[in-house]
Design a protein. Structure first.
Length: 181
């Protein structure tokens, strides 16, 4: 119901600020955790979340209602997170493996502050780091966010068939990792 109210506010440019405040209050935490599952590090997730909401603000007039509001928001967040990871990989002058760096982040003392869960949760997070970025995004949206393949297709601009295959391969990789751990 809240999304309908926000969409109604978006139809009038004079009410964009109010619509943005509603988007921020309704989605900030969800978007943060979605991004956090992709970039792992809390500080990086904060930065990407901020960039995501800046991009949303700048593009409010471009939302046409062709998709659901949350799929539009998640698409922006996903793209920002993936762009951030690509830039971070490119900027890294050290030849450390991305997964090693992310696992170190996951195992750092500060991680406990932002990640709740027991040892099994940490193992699952490590398994997720074995996935490609796309597999991790698809798995997170399907498994954690419980979105339908059609919704994920809108967010990732991928066919439903391709998503099912990606999710299947992601699950197999996770199962293999967990059986070794």
């Amino acid at each position: 119901m809240k999304d309908d109210a926000i969409i109604e506010l978006l139809e009038n440019p004079e009410s964009h600020e109010k619509a943005f405040r509603l988007i921020l209050s309704s989605y900030k935490e969800k978007i943060y955790y979605h991004i956090r599952k992709i970039v792992v590090d809390h500080d990086d997730a904060d930065d990407v979340t901020q960039e995501t909401f800046i991009k949303i603000w700048r593009n409010l007039d471009k939302f046409r209602g062709d998709s659901k509001l949350y799929t539009w928001l998640y698409r922006i967040a996903t793209n920002e997170a993936l762009t951030f990871l690509q830039k971070k990989r490119k900027d890294m002058s050290v030849s450390i493996d991305d997964n090693e760096m992310l696992v170190a982040t996951l195992e750092s003392p500060q991680s406990d502050t932002y990640l709740s869960g027991d040892e099994i949760q940490i193992k699952l997070q490590k398994a997720l780091l074995e996935l490609t970025d796309k597999q991790r995004v698809v798995f997170n949206l399907k498994y954690f966010e419980n979105l339908k393949y059609e919704e994920i297709a809108e967010i990732t601009d991928t066919s439903v068939g391709g998503l099912k295959a990606t999710y299947h391969f992601a699950v197999k990789k996770i199962e293999e990792f967990l059986s070794r751990a």
